[in-house]
Design a protein around this ligand. Structure first.
Ligand code: MV4
Length: 447
């Protein structure tokens, strides 16, 4: 096992990784930008290193600064958390060349699944259904028209280097196909320096269901069930739950097995997520792989009892997986709420600033993953998440009651947060009945 790890992140995930390291008796090195001198996890670290000024490009994305910190602090491994350098194949290669273990998948796997056209092909080889669409990239207007004719409108034009919803265009006829094709390419070129696009049948009002996987470096792969992440706004997830309220056992098993086949085909090791969309008829289609630990991992931890961060660290150190598929027996229902410093009454505008009062919720079935404390100032430079509230109860109905109770107990003063939105969501009959899709928030709570 590692003696010492550098945590290349900030906020709640840096604290979460720190907690896993402490329980594994691993020393920690925390890094911080000039804007983050008051981060909670710094107080718990064995060593702290400033890696640069506030802007992410100068600090948390600054590979030379991170590598210098890792060398000076003499760590054996780096945990990237999520975001920042977590899916940067080049960073993984640099770590490798410096003899530092990157706690995540290999550079090759990250590069492979980061190319969505290659990932579609990978799914096909693994006998996992993708959304009907183009065979590889679409290079010309004529080729786009040919694919659209074959699958029928509406279609979705997607960037090969995209993900998370950037560079996508819906086309409903030949005319919008031509304009969409060119604008998607232009946006992809600007955003990713890669204009390559591909086309899929557009699945209307899908649910977003993803499978958590865990794989070691010896060929063992397990899945830990699904998370339903349909409740989102503009591709930002707001609430995630497990199990998915509408999935039957046969579909759940088929999805889990598909994710494992795909992970094997990708030579995947570490924790990862295989994303699917579920159409109104209950058919599921692969859309992408997230080659990192995700924000919503605690939902899976609560229902499976597996500490995903600890397992990630163990498999990175070369240990074989300690759990087999039959050991994973999910129990109860978990829901996560992302408490962001955003004002839901004013189009979710950012609300950084000082937290004057903070009373976190607690009690039975309540987990609070947060780096926030009373007097902490949310800096304007990074993402706006200040806490994750996770409830875990025997049934979905009881989890909803616990969540209402916990949100009622919680007090955050000084900044606006997404908490009032969740109080409304938890009273909405569609949510209570589990009838949500990716347009729920825009439909009912657009301001
Ligand atoms: C889709 C889709 C409908 N049809 N693909 C959005 C981000 C990226 N991960 C894939 N996304 C979608 N792909 C086809 N063929 C709808 C979405 C989508 C979506 C997916 C997951 C979660 C939220 C979403 C919100 C809008 C659209």
């Amino acid at each position: 096992m590692f003696r010492r790890i550098l945590i290349a992140n900030r906020g709640e995930i840096a604290l979460r990784v720190m907690r896993a390291c402490k329980e594994l008796d691993i020393e920690t090195v925390a890094v911080y930008s000039d804007a983050d001198r008051d981060q909670l996890h710094l107080r718990l670290a064995d060593e702290t290193v400033c890696i640069g000024p506030a802007p992410s490009v100068d600090s948390y994305l600054n590979i030379p600064a991170l590598i210098a910190a890792a060398e000076i602090a003499d760590v054996e491994a780096v945990h990237p958390g999520y975001g920042f350098l977590s899916e940067n194949a080049h960073f993984v290669e640099v770590c490798q060349s410096c003899d530092i273990t990157f706690i995540g998948p290999s550079a090759e796997t990250i590069a492979l699944v980061g190319d969505k056209v290659a990932a579609r092909d990978l799914a096909k080889r693994a006998n996992v259904a993708g959304v009907p669409g183009s065979d590889g990239p679409v290079e010309t207007e004529a080729e786009a028209a040919e694919v659209a004719r074959a699958i029928g409108y509406p279609v979705l034009i997607k960037a090969a280097a995209g993900g998370g919803g950037r560079g996508m265009r819906v086309a409903t006829d030949d005319e919008s196909l031509v304009t969409g094709f060119h604008s998607a390419r232009a946006e992809a070129e600007t955003a990713f320096k890669n204009p390559t696009v591909y086309i899929e049948k557009y699945v209307e009002r899908p649910r977003h269901v993803e499978i958590q996987i865990l794989a070691d470096k010896h060929g063992n792969v397990v899945h830990l069930g699904e998370r339903d992440c349909s409740l989102q706004r503009r591709h930002q997830k707001l609430l995630e739950e497990s199990p998915c309220p509408v999935l039957d056992e046969a579909t759940r098993n088929a999805m889990g097995e598909a994710a494992v086949r795909l992970a094997r085909e990708a030579n995947y090791h570490s924790a990862g997520t295989v994303e699917f969309i579920l159409d109104q008829e209950g058919n599921f289609y692969f859309i992408e792989v997230n080659a990192r630990i995700q924000v919503e991992h605690p939902v899976t931890e609560e229902v499976t009892g597996v500490d995903l961060i600890q397992e990630m660290i163990r498999v990175a150190a070369g240990e074989p997986l300690r759990i087999r598929q039959e050991d994973i027996q999910p129990s109860g229902h978990a829901i996560e709420f992302r408490i962001n410093a955003e004002d839901p009454d004013h189009n979710f505008r950012p609300s950084p600033g000082r937290i004057e009062t903070l009373i976190p919720p607690a009690g039975p079935g309540v987990r609070w993953d947060s780096h926030a404390y009373q007097g902490y100032s949310v800096p304007p430079h990074y993402d706006s998440m200040v806490a994750k509230l996770i409830v875990h109860r025997a049934t979905r109905q009881e989890a909803i009651l616990a969540a209402r109770r916990a949100l009622h107990e919680m007090t955050i003063e000084g900044i606006a947060t997404t908490a009032p939105l969740f109080e409304k969501v938890l009273q909405h009959s569609d949510f209570i009945n589990g009838e949500i899709d990716t347009s729920f928030v825009e439909r009912y709570f657009a301001k």
